[in-house]
Design a protein around this ligand. Structure first.
Ligand SMILES: [Zn+2]
Length: 270
């Protein structure tokens, strides 16, 4: 089975501290044949009150990537991608940032923030008082994901069910997206129409994002483009649960998964 991890962060991301070379060594040690770096790029600052960068430092990203490629030689296939976060906050600025980018292999489009209807934007800090408030947050999040899907200038949608990771694993809720079937279906249909895929985020071995319910729905709607990624920010999680989640994809009706080369999907048998 071909093994590829398509969601990893290096020290180029503000929330990770490892050189790409260290991450690449860890991927090779974990048996991966291909690794895609997807460091964060956002049109806005993470914290309210902190101004967004005037321009993204693409040179730092490519220098780091070139160093990793030189260090690894032919031991693993390395790809340069980004995780493009929260584009709906400013599509014009996002497009301007992307217009300055070097040639990329892959773009994850994702949402990490609620709209400014909420006092706390960052989903990882969202601490609703009860289930009702939690579901209001999920509804707001899915509205942003739909806006992102309609825009469609990325390869795959990252971690579709991300709020569940924070609400269930951090805040002690036991929530699903079951009440939001219509919203999720509209998002998946929009992605498919726009030629975008989704990722199966292995969530470092915890509940996959999204889980089998939504993977099956995506497949039943005709969705074919799907990548697998660990979302590792440290070497110990690189390649985590990729093999197990390939099996899950087969159980959900997929016969192939994707890697990307110069923004074009490359299909591999499962
Ligand atoms: Zn993310």
């Amino acid at each position: 089975m071909y093994l590829a991890d398509y969601h990893t962060h290096s020290r180029i991301s503000p929330d990770a501290f490892m050189p790409m070379t260290v991450m690449a060594e860890a991927a090779a040690a974990a048996g991966m044949e291909e690794l895609c770096f997807t460091d964060h790029v956002e049109p806005i600052a993470w914290e309210p009150g902190r101004p967004a960068l005037e321009r993204y430092d693409w040179k730092a990203l490519t220098a780091e990537f070139d160093a990793a490629r030189a260090a690894m030689g032919g031991r693993i296939r390395l790809r340069l991608g980004i995780e493009l976060g929260d584009a709906p906050w400013d599509f014009a600025r996002t497009e301007q940032l992307l217009s300055q980018a070097p040639p990329l292999d892959f773009i994850i489009g994702s949402i990490h923030m609620l709209t400014d209807a909420f006092e706390i934007w960052d989903l990882s800090c969202f601490a609703p008082a009860d289930e009702r408030a939690a579901k209001a947050g999920i509804a707001d999040y899915l509205g942003q994901v739909l806006r992102l899907a309609r825009w469609g200038k990325f390869s795959v949608l990252g971690h579709l069910t991300l709020p569940l990771r924070y609400l269930n694993e951090k805040q002690g809720f036991h929530l699903t997206f079951d009440d939001f079937g219509a919203e999720v279906e509209e998002i998946l249909r929009t992605l498919i129409q726009n030629g975008c895929g989704i990722e199966l985020n292995t969530n470092r071995g915890s509940t996959p994002l999204p889980d089998a319910t939504w993977l099956r729905l995506y497949r039943s709607l005709g969705g074919e483009i799907i990548t697998l990624g660990s979302d590792a920010h440290t070497p110990d999680y690189v390649g985590c649960a990729i093999r197990e989640r390939q099996k899950l994809l087969r159980q959900c009706g997929f016969s192939r998964f994707c890697t990307f080369d110069a923004m074009q999907p490359v299909f591999h048998e499962l």
